[in-house]
Design a protein around this ligand. Structure first.
Ligand code: MN
Length: 134
């Protein structure tokens, strides 16, 4: 089974680009367009990685990270904040809220998959190799 990534992002263009790049490299992608739905979906599908926008409707990315980190079942799920390049303070806040790391917007299509792969750790019983894609 392909590794499952949940993208929580309300910007259609960013969502489209991340989905395109992830699927091209063999990941399965689930989407949520607001923070509340993102938390619910994460609990349900337990993805290996969550890409988390900060400015989201209903519940912002900090609150989402904080909420998800209370859930032991998601201990193996990496949370990577997707923050605007200009918003330096966002990164520290995201890490404090429970994110494992961050990547910067605008997304660099050449580097995106390499940037996120380092946060994914194989779970017990799963193959340690990640898809290489094309
Ligand atoms: Mn946003």
């Amino acid at each position: 089974m392909n590794p499952l990534v949940l993208v929580i992002e309300d910007n259609e263009q960013n969502l489209y680009l991340m989905r395109f790049l992830l699927e091209k490299h063999g990941f399965t992608v689930a989407e949520a367009r607001d923070g509340t739905t993102g938390v619910e979906m994460a609990r349900e599908i337990k993805p290996c990685l969550i890409l988390l926008d900060i400015q989201l409707p209903r519940m912002d990315g900090y609150a989402v990270a904080h909420e998800l980190r209370k859930n032991d079942e998601l201990a193996g799920t990496a949370i990577v904040a997707v923050t605007s390049y200009a918003m330096v303070g966002d990164r520290e806040r995201a890490l404090e809220a429970g994110a494992d790391g961050y990547i910067e917007k605008p997304i660099d299509p050449e580097r995106f998959v390499d940037q996120i792969k380092k946060y994914i750790h194989p779970r017990e019983g799963e193959k340690p190799s990640l898809p290489n894609g094309s």
